[in-house]
Structures are given as structure tokens and as C-alpha cells.
Write a protein that binds this ligand. Structure first.
Ligand SMILES: [Zn+2]
Length: 237
């Protein structure tokens, strides 16, 4: 029985690496797959992981129709046993419905990988629909860590170094001339207090009362400052 499986997690938790590994494992068993992604860090039509692996992929746009894509492959005499769908948070709800139909009516396994929530802590539409429809939702076991060492559960956006909680849901770095958009994973506590790795360092030397407990401050200053790559949320694994 074919399945729709959603692998979710924060940025930096290895989703794209797992997507590539999943593709490899199925291909090694002689199964035929099609790989999709959207706004990957490596550019269009590529699925890449931070660990350096990459494979060609179909770029998903608003016009992409998964149902039609798979039917076209089959009608042309091709095989399609499974789909790898990375960056699935950027897919529309309708596209997720198409994926469910591909599973149910064509017997094709769909493995979707995506971030659950955006920089405002709200569900992405594609991720919401996947949670609603998937046969299985799996939270990745590799945990991303906040600068404080706690498990990171939130994806924060910074613009010119300042954490922001309002703006476009999808915003790729360097789209707007001068603004530097970056993303950083944080634990919920530091997300709520808007304390990023950079501001935690300045808070340490600030004369104003610290917003968190002393032992944690020592931990923060003992760790090397985490300089996160300016990867767009759009391109996160
Ligand atoms: Zn933290």
C-alpha cells in the first residue's frame, strides 16, 4: 500500500540530507523515483544538502501539477514508484491534495520533507495540509540546537541582524537590495524573548538586567558565537 509520509523539523535538522538518502535507498532497490524541490539553496532544479550532496530535481512552482506530472510519466511508458518532495512547506494546499491523489489512485509512494512553521511560528500552508492528510508524520531525530544548547524548535528571521516577527512568509536572502535577511534556529524561550546568538553576546556586556538565569549566560559566553550561514528559510533543509 502506497503512503504519503511527511518528515518535518526545523531548519538545520537534516531534512534534505534525509531526502537524498531516501532517494538513494529506494533507487538502490531498483525503484524509479522523481525528485522535486522548491527554492533550494543550491538554485533551481537541484536538491542539495548542507553536507554537500546534490541531485537534479524538478523545480516546483505555482503551476506545478503533481498529478499531471506523474500521469504524463506513466503515459509515456515510464515508471514512477515514488516521489521525493523536498521543501514541501512551499507547496500549495492544492498541490498537497494532488500528492495524496497520486498515492491513492496511482499507488506511488510520496515522501515529503519540510519545515513545519515559519519565522512567525505559524504553519506553512503546505505543511499544514501535509499534517492534515499524511499517513505518517515523522519528526526528524537530528535536533537543531539553539545558541544556548537547548533543542531549537523555532525558525527566527533576522533583517540586518535584528530579529523580526512580521513580514512576508517566504523571503529569500538578498532579494531586497540592501537588507540582509538571515535565519537562525532558536529554542522557544529565546524565540519569545527575541534573543539570537548575536544579541545574546551583546546582552552579556549590556548594563541592563539580563533576561535569563546566570548559568545560562556562562554557557552562552563559553560557546563560540554561532555564525549561521545566510541561508534563506526558503532554502533550508
Ligand atoms: Zn535558547
Amino acid at each position: 500500500m502506497a503512503e504519503l509520509v511527511f518528515f518535518s523539523g526545523t531548519m538545520d535538522c537534516g531534512k534534505s540530507t534525509l531526502a537524498l538518502q531516501t532517494d538513494h535507498n529506494h533507487a538502490a532497490r531498483g525503484r524509479a523515483g522523481v525528485v522535486f524541490t522548491s527554492l533550494d539553496r543550491a538554485g533551481e532544479e537541484t536538491l542539495s544538502s548542507r553536507l554537500g550532496l546534490k541531485v537534479p530535481a524538478f523545480e516546483v512552482s505555482d503551476e506545478t501539477d503533481f498529478w499531471k506530472h506523474v500521469v504524463d510519466v506513466l503515459e509515456a511508458g515510464g515508471r514512477c514508484d515514488y516521489l521525493i518532495c523536498d521543501e514541501a512547506q512551499f507547496y500549495s494546499a492544492d498541490q498537497i491534495d494532488q500528492l495524496a491523489r497520486v498515492v491513492d489512485e496511482l499507488g506511488v509512494d510520496v515522501f515529503a520533507f519540510g519545515i513545519l512553521t515559519d519565522f512567525r511560528t505559524r504553519l506553512f500552508p503546505g505543511s499544514q495540509r501535509l499534517v492534515e492528510l499524511a499517513d505518517k508524520v515523522q519528526v526528524l531525530q537530528v535536533e537543531a540546537l539553539c545558541w544556548c544548547g537547548s533543542r531549537a524548535t523555532q525558525n527566527a528571521r533576522t533583517v540586518n541582524g535584528e530579529m523580526v516577527v512580521e513580514g512576508e512568509q517566504v523571503m529569500v536572502g538578498d532579494t531586497n537590495s540592501d537588507d540582509v535577511v538571515a535565519y537562525e534556529v532558536l529554542c522557544r524561550r529565546h524565540y519569545m524573548r527575541r534573543v539570537t546568538a548575536a544579541t545574546s553576546m551583546s546582552a552579556h556586556i549590556s548594563p541592563t538586567p539580563l533576561p535569563f538565569a546566570e548559568p545560562e549566560v556562562r554557557l552562552a559566553s563559553a560557546r563560540p558565537q554561532v555564525v549561521l550561514p545566510v541561508a534563506p528559510l526558503a532554502a533550508a533543509p
